[in-house]
Design a protein around this ligand. Structure first.
Ligand SMILES: Cc1cc2nc3c(=O)[nH]c(=O)nc-3n(C[C@H](O)[C@H](O)[C@H](O)COP(=O)(O)OP(=O)(O)OC[C@H]3O[C@@H](n4cnc5c(N)ncnc54)[C@H](O)[C@@H]3O)c2cc1C
Length: 66
């Protein structure tokens, strides 16, 4: 749950920051260029958010015995 929520918020914050930087967001002179690439990977690496949601959903259903 922590991995999924942290990855989603990280991506949201980086996307906002990327927009604020405008065209400079694409320039390797600025840290935001790296963050933009790496934040996207957080949603994929070690289990995509979609798969995480499925795992969390299954665990909650098991706990609630639905
Ligand atoms: C730069 C890089 C470094 C990596 N390093 C490592 C590493 O060090 N160790 C390691 O173990 N792996 C590593 N990986 C692999 C990474 O963990 C996988 O890419 C990731 O788990 C996604 O798997 P996949 O690429 O097979 O995508 P897929 O599983 O094919 O997924 C493609 C899309 O379909 C969706 N999807 C798939 N199945 C379902 C489903 N049942 N329900 C709903 N949606 C679904 C996914 O959410 C995703 O959006 C690395 C990948 C990259 C790109």
């Amino acid at each position: 749950m922590a991995k999924m929520i942290a990855s989603e918020y990280c991506n949201e914050v980086v996307q906002d920051s990327f927009r604020i930087h405008g065209g400079y967001g694409y320039s390797k002179e600025y840290e935001i260029e790296r963050l933009y690439r790496e934040a996207a990977f957080m949603l994929i690496g070690e289990g995509t958010s979609d798969i995480q949601k499925m795992i969390i959903g299954r665990a909650l259903l098991k706990d609630c015995k639905l």
